[in-house]
Design a protein. Structure first.
Lengths: 114, 114
């Protein structure tokens, strides 16, 4: 099992550019979560999906952020336009269902907006 | 507003010593309390977890102590090793029907000196 796969591992972009982060959950996991980690705010849940349907996006900071899950094996988090304050490590996690058992994080994407 | 408060922010302990990290919560509906371990450049990984029907859970050198009346729980790392140097996060969620929606503490950076 390759675990939760995120790409890219690092992204540096200029302010105003569109950024797309990608996630492949563990096969068979039907819940997927996007987190943001910063020194100031720690780990924040942005949005989560169950069976490809967004369940709760109340953590998405503003309309510049959007997430999609077109199928069970792929999700994207998009920031458009990006701002320096979006610089953070973005994690994707997946789990087998509504239970917390088997909850697994990816290795993250470090985003730097200059 | 952080629903799970974690302390200390950082900790330095000598090899062989005991590391103790404390967390406190307010929401009495929380009933699943995991601890995550994160190494630099990696995503958090589940270390050990407890439910409030027990007061202590031990796995190897790692022990969770849980005090339901005080709404506090702690992680003890016995015989700390340099390989335990990492950031540790406590978390809390509501039941198995929680969609994996955790509230995370701010994290504790543990450094174990040789």
């Amino acid at each position: 099992d390759a675990g939760v796969i995120q790409s890219p591992r690092h992204e540096v972009t200029e302010m105003g550019q569109e950024v797309t982060l990608r996630c492949k959950p563990i096969s068979g996991h039907n819940s997927l979560f996007w987190y943001r980690q910063t020194m100031m705010r720690g780990l924040e849940l942005l949005i989560y999906f169950n069976n490809n349907v967004p369940i709760d996006d109340s953590g998405m900071p503003e309309d510049r952020f959007s997430a999609k899950m077109p199928n069970a094996s792929f999700s994207t988090l998009k920031i458009q336009p990006s701002e320096p304050r979006d610089s953070a490590v973005y994690f994707c996690a997946s789990s087998p269902g509504r239970s917390t058992n088997g909850y697994t994080f990816g290795s993250g994407t470090r985003l730097t907006v200059v | 507003q952080q629903q799970v408060k974690q302390s200390p922010q950082s900790l330095i302990v000598q090899k062989g010593g005991i590391s103790i990290i404390n967390c406190a919560y307010e929401n009495t509906a929380f009933d699943y309390f995991p601890w995550y371990q994160q190494f630099p450049g990696k995503g958090p990984a589940l270390l050990i977890a407890i439910r409030p029907d027990v007061s202590e859970k031990k796995e190897g050198r790692f022990t969770i102590s849980f005090n339901k009346s005080a709404k506090q729980f702690s992680l003890h790392i016995m015989d700390s090793q340099p390989g335990d140097s990492a950031t540790y996060f406590c978390a809390a969620s509501i039941g198995t029907d929680s969609w994996g929606k955790f509230q995370f503490g701010a994290g504790t950076q543990v450094v174990v000196t040789p």
